[in-house]
Design a protein around this ligand. Structure first.
Ligand SMILES: *Cc1c(COP(=O)(O)O)cnc(C)c1O
Length: 408
């Protein structure tokens, strides 16, 4: 039996017998690639020529001055192709697919960002591509469906269950079981059965490797704290990994939604509502009822609205190596508003969770303390949600007209 990817008691690979050989093949391909220096070189080459690596580390002088405490730096994952850190993961998995000589990729997507990223990768590498998406999400995310189709992907609406992300995941696994020979399932975050948590965070670790080098080059010392939002956990692990052995505080920020006491949130680690369970092929903290039924989650940011969390983060939290906080929808909108006005940056609503928490803490730190916020993506995609949240009457008509049937 191969290493099944446990982090403390979390992780594992709870998969049907029929998929064991496919997972073994993937683990083998990944281990070989990791031990082959030419693989990482190839990865860096594609990420610097097709995406925007290394992404800059931007000093946020105006925000630093405004809070009067720590000096704030922002790691710019928003500058990646397709507008978020997701490119790091899909391009890495794409290179592995080439090595495994497979010709087709499938993926699940909720808000559509991972679907679009996977479809670009498939077009670039010449793979056939099928994206599973809950029927409800297909209706809410028309622009992303449009781009996936234009990029050559087949988008299959899933009608089962509640027709959202988790149903799309089940359907993608069903597809994989019937097409294992030529197909790879490009999982979108550091969750799911082994080796996905390890593999996805391996590709995302490029974020922290660059950020650590950049801050040392610029300031000659390490940051005091690093902040990242936590959906499935891939951008957080991506920036945290390089600092794990350093005396640096690592702060993950989950979706506090309408506030933890309301129960309408997606906070698996920072709230008391999460409990340990096994679902979707791995063991971690889930938002579930006593009988293991998954609860409904809520967040203003679609990318953080998920019932599970990376087993690697669950383990780091249990060890006390990371701190996990939450930011409410309102705190996130306020942080986004301030960042737009002070720095001219447009963080994604997901990323703005990390900003919100950093802003709560920055003023209490000293002027010679450095902090890094991971801006996991850009906010252009959130135009209708943000316009709605700012509740500006002059934009109401535009929102109702253009956003009809989109995400609101
Ligand atoms: C998808 C997404 C996230 C959440 O995913 P993680 O795996 O937790 O990183 C965060 N930010 C942006 C911009 C995203 O698109």
């Amino acid at each position: 039996m191969k290493n099944r990817g446990y982090y403390g008691e979390f992780g594992g690979a709870f998969i049907p017998e029929i998929l064991v050989a496919t997972f073994d093949e993937l683990v083998d391909a990944f281990e070989k690639a990791k031990n082959d220096p030419s693989f990482w070189k190839e990865y860096l080459e594609i990420m610097s020529t097709y995406s925007c690596r290394p992404t800059p580390l931007t000093p946020a002088e105006n925000l630093s001055h405004y809070f009067g405490g720590a000096q704030i730096f922002i790691k710019r994952e928003d500058l990646n192709h397709t507008g978020a850190h997701k490119a790091n993961n899909v391009m890495g998995q794409g290179l592995l697919v080439k090595r495994m000589k497979k010709t087709r990729v499938i993926a699940e997507t909720g808000a559509g960002q991972h679907g679009v990223a996977t479809a670009t990768m498939a077009a670039k590498f010449g793979f056939r591509c099928t994206i599973y998406m809950g029927e409800v999400d297909v209706k809410r995310q028309r622009p992303n469906v449009f781009w996936m189709q234009r990029l050559g992907a087949e988008v299959i609406p899933v009608k089962d269950g509640t027709a959202i992300l988790k149903d799309a995941i089940n359907e993608a696994f069903r597809d994989w079981i019937t097409h294992m020979d030529d197909t790879h399932y490009v999982l979108g975050t550091a969750c799911g059965p082994h080796p996905f948590p390890e593999m996805v965070s391996y590709f995302q670790s490029i974020i922290g490797q660059e950020a650590r080098k950049q801050i040392l080059e610029k300031e000659g010392r390490l940051p005091k704290r690093v902040f990242a939002c936590v959906g499935g956990g891939s951008n957080a692990l991506g920036i945290f990994k390089a600092f794990l052995d350093d005396p640096v505080e690592l702060v993950g920020v989950e979706a506090g939604g309408k506030g933890l006491p309301t129960g309408q949130h997606a906070s698996r680690l920072a709230s008391r509502d999460g409990s340990i369970g096994v679902a979707q092929g791995y063991k971690t903290f889930f938002l579930q009822n006593n009988d293991g039924q998954m609860k409904e989650t809520h967040s203003v940011a679609a990318g953080l609205d998920y019932v599970g969390v990376s087993p690697i983060l669950s383990s780091l939290k249990e060890q006390g190596r990371i701190r996990v906080e939450s930011a409410t929808d309102q705190e996130v909108i306020d942080a986004l508003s301030l960042t737009l006005k002070k720095e001219g940056l447009i963080p994604a609503l997901e990323s703005a969770h990390a900003f919100a928490q950093a802003f709560k803490e920055a003023g209490k730190l000293n002027r010679d303390d450095l902090i890094i916020i991971n801006q996991s993506g850009r906010g252009d995609k959130d135009i209708f949600t943000i316009a709605d949240a700012f509740d500006d009457p002059s934009w109401k008509e535009f929102i109702q007209e253009k956003a009809h049937g989109y995400t609101l």
